[in-house]
Structures are given as C-alpha cells and as structure tokens.
Unconditional design. Structure first.
Length: 210
C-alpha cells in the first residue's frame, strides 16, 4: 500500500494503530512535505503578480525546487514504511545454524543501514526546504509571510524528528565508520537548519508585529 494514494485519514489512523509502520520517520517526512507545500503556495501567489515582477524569475525557480522537495519527501515517507518492513523480514530469517546466523546478521545489518539512510535523507531535503524559506521572506508575497514562517517551523521540526530516527536505527547498527560519517553530516544539518529557522522566525515575527 502506498499512503500517497490513500486519504490523510487513513494515514493518521494507521499511525495511531498498533502497527509497526507508519511511525515517526514517515510522519517526519510528511511534515517536511507539508512545509515544502506551503513554500509552493507562496511561490504560486507570488509568480505572476505584477507587484513582484522584479523577482519573478527567482521565485519561479524557488517554486520549482519546492515542488521537487515536496515530492521527494512524500517518496521518503513511503520509503520509511518500506524499509521498516524489510527490516522485519530480515529479523525473521532463520538462525538455527551458524551459516543461517551469519546470513541473518548480514541481512539485518543491511536493512538497518537502509532504514537509517531514509531519515538521514529526510534531514537533507528538509534542510533544502529551509533554504527556500530564507529567500522567500524578502521575495515572496508579503501577504503569506506567516505561511513562510510555518513552513520553516515545520521543516525544522521534521528535520529534528528525522534525526531521532537516524539515532534509533544506529542503536542496532554495527558499522561504526558508517555511523561516524552520517553523524558528522547530521551535525552540520542540525546547525544550519537551526540558523535558518531562527532567521526566518525573527524576520517574520518582526514584520508581522509591524
């Protein structure tokens, strides 16, 4: 089943149920997609508006990127459900003999690694969503300033939520070099995303207060 073909009600019901998936990783990706969807809305209300003709070319590029990020995050939502299913299959492999144990251990390690890569990629895309929010503050339709702020809040929250899902998978991963590499990159993503979110929040709050 692909949740992008289902209703939001179905996703939230399954999220609420006693089911192995969807879980926090899929929810994080969906929130990131909502953030990018808000950026798309801002772009659509800006492009073609004579008042913003001077920045129309740039806004159209930001809109194109936002549509791309939205779709990528929806794909990551689906992927998060899929990789967890693959992990469960690997965990159920037979382990009666030494040979079976070795095969199972290898399969589980690969499944966990892929399960960690999905939220890591969610972090990357959510950071890209935030990179769109920043220029939209000054170039987007001023009537939708609060929507840009919400997009930034959502993207930052989704990125941090995805980070927790990276960490939880690392509890079951033995490849230390892989973990070290990913953790180094996540540290950079967390730092940059916090900076952008802070800037967007400050500017939005100041402008909205007048």
């Amino acid at each position: 089943m692909r949740y992008t073909n289902e209703t939001l009600k179905k996703f939230t019901e399954d999220l609420s149920a006693k089911l192995p998936a969807p879980g926090g990783g899929a929810a994080a990706a969906l929130v990131g997609a909502l953030a990018s969807g808000l950026n798309c809305m801002v772009g659509n209300f800006t492009a073609g508006n004579e008042k913003y003709a001077v920045v129309e070319k740039e806004v159209k590029e930001l809109l194109k990127l936002s549509e791309k990020y939205r779709d990528e995050l929806l794909s990551l939502m689906e992927a998060d459900v899929e990789v967890y299913g693959n992990y469960l299959k690997a965990a159920k492999l037979p382990k009666a003999t030494e040979s079976e144990k070795a095969l199972r251990e290898k399969a589980v390690e690969e499944a966990v690694k892929k399960a960690a890569e999905v939220p890591y990629n969610t972090m990357i895309v959510c950071n890209n969503v935030l990179k769109v929010c920043e220029p939209l503050i000054s170039k987007g339709n001023a009537n939708l300033l609060s929507d840009i702020g919400v997009a930034a809040f959502f993207a930052e929250a989704a990125l941090k939520a995805a980070y927790l899902n990276v960490l939880v998978n690392f509890l079951y991963l033995k490849d230390e070099s892989f973990k070290c590499k990913i953790l180094t990159e996540t540290k950079k993503l967390l730092s940059e995303s916090e900076r952008i979110e802070r800037v967007v929040e400050e500017v939005c709050t100041k402008k909205l207060k007048g």
